[in-house]
Design a protein around this ligand. Structure first.
Ligand SMILES: Cc1ncc(COP(=O)(O)O)c(C=O)c1O
Length: 451
């Protein structure tokens, strides 16, 4: 009975998979927020290095992973694929459940898979400093680590509610040499404007992105880095799904269903896109994105052009959105509180290639506890959404008496999120109602893009 399916270091993928040439139709253009015209590479050069801009728009299916990046990936990659024998037993399911565990990275999640190449390409381009945002702190700690590895300075705008809730994430960022500011901050025009209107504003990812983009755009030595949503970020994460496919092949298996949690879309894209390619080639596989009911972008949002941030400074993309000024309730899966979504994932949902489900946070914590008591690993609150999806699929397999194979991405560990488990065990975790009125109001502010 094999539990861990491992690959040796020389099996770290040598190329990332770029899904753009395999998408079901052309991509919608990305729009400059000032001119309301399609962005040009020159527009993006103010905040990104050229290598990443090229990756963002590349028509090449395979993109070489630089040796310097693969060398650092060796610290945690290839990540293990586990067969969840004990969870299967507890559920009494005939399903075979596999999970790809990304919590083995130094920061504890999948985020360093893209932080390392982003810091690398910035270093090559002569960038001295990175400005970025972070929600729960997973991305901030990953980019702090990556900047440390390549000798770059790093400033992180951390959503204020998490700054208070997750002090140890802040300490991790400081340990890896980053400066951390609670957002909204008084460092930027965007932050000061919000604080003037609402001094107690607890922040959101949309606001923190505005601050980081403004910081990067206002300094010649600084670039911006985003931990999710963008095409190149999703592409860097595809090593997750490629490794998983190879690991499953080692035990002669292939999934009926592939599941990931969805915030901005990057770990979901990472586990799913290599299987989307198989699906496009005619193979039968279901692909399921799990999101929080209190921030239900893919299931209740509209597929429309919207700003990536609150202050309307980030590019406008066609994506599922709840409106750029929607403030999601303060759930503990901070990394899933984003009003928008990856344009690539959005297009796949819209085309019916990918399914999406929204779940309330208590039922996710319940699934995380069942998982942890069986498998030992303590999941990040974000990852618990994928576990909920996998357990529900396994229970359906039991009802149907079907021995199907389920693969999910366990995107990170929850060691720095124990306050959330504490809230769950003391019955203080609130299941927020679907914030229909707030979403309707926010959707009335979408930009009018005519192309
Ligand atoms: C552990 C973990 N999983 C998932 C996510 C969601 O991000 P994404 O949708 O980009 O994978 C985050 C975001 O911070 C995270 O920390």
């Amino acid at each position: 009975m094999q539990t861990k399916i491992l690959l040796s270091e020389d099996r770290i993928p040598k190329q990332w998979y770029n899904i753009i040439p395999d998408m079901p139709g052309p991509l919608a253009p990305v729009i400059n927020p000032r001119t309301l015209k399609p962005v040009t590479p020159e527009d993006m050069l103010a905040i990104f290095p050229m290598a990443l801009i090229e990756q963002e728009m590349s028509p090449q299916r395979w993109i070489e992973i630089p040796d310097e990046v693969r060398e650092i990936y060796k610290l945690w990659r290839p990540s293990p694929l586990y067969r969840a024998h004990r969870l299967e037993q507890v559920l009494g399911t005939p399903a075979r459940i596999f999970y790809k565990y990304e919590g083995v990275s130094p920061a504890g999640s999948h985020k360093p898979n893209t932080a390392i190449p982003q810091a690398y390409y910035n270093k090559l381009a002569g960038t001295k400093r990175i400005a970025t945002e972070t929600g729960a702190g997973q991305w901030g700690s990953s980019i702090a680590l990556a900047c440390q590895m390549f000798g770059l300075e790093c400033t992180v705008y951390m959503v204020k509610v998490s700054f208070g809730q997750k002090p140890y994430r802040k300490s991790m960022m400081q340990l890896w040499g980053a400066e951390v500011l609670a957002s909204p901050s008084d460092r930027t025009t965007a932050g000061r404007a919000i604080l003037a209107r609402d001094p107690d504003n607890q922040g959101s990812l949309g606001i923190a992105i505005s601050e980081a983009v403004e910081d990067a755009a206002s300094r010649a030595d600084t670039c911006y880095a985003l931990g999710s949503v963008l095409n190149h970020v999703c592409m860097h994460q595809t090593i997750i799904g490629m490794e998983a496919k190879e690991q499953l092949a080692l035990v002669g298996d292939y999934p009926e269903v592939v599941i990931g949690c969805h915030g901005g879309g990057s770990n979901f894209a990472g586990i799913a896109f290599p299987f989307v390619a198989d699906k496009a080639a005619g193979r039968e596989v279901r692909i399921l994105a799990m999101e929080p009911a209190s921030c239900p972008t893919l299931t209740k949002g509209v597929y429309a052009f919207d700003f990536g941030d609150t202050a309307q400074m980030a590019p406008i993309s066609k994506m599922y959105t709840l409106g750029h000024d929607f403030m999601p309730p303060g759930i503990h899966a901070g990394g899933l509180r984003y009003h928008g979504a990856s344009p690539l994932v959005s297009q796949l949902v819209n085309a019916g290639v990918v399914e999406a489900r929204a779940v309330a946070q208590n039922t996710c914590f319940e699934a995380a506890v069942t998982f942890s008591r069986a498998e030992g690993i303590i999941p990040a609150p974000e990852s618990s959404h994928a576990i909920r999806g996998a357990i529900d699929e396994a229970l359906r397999a039991r009802e149907e008496g079907k021995a199907k194979t389920i693969l999910f991405c366990l995107s990170g560990h929850g060691h720095v999120d124990m306050a959330a488990y504490d809230a769950y065990f003391s019955g203080k975790l609130e299941d927020f109602e679907y914030p229909e009125a707030a979403i309707r109001e926010s959707l009335s502010h979408l930009p009018k893009v005519e192309i």
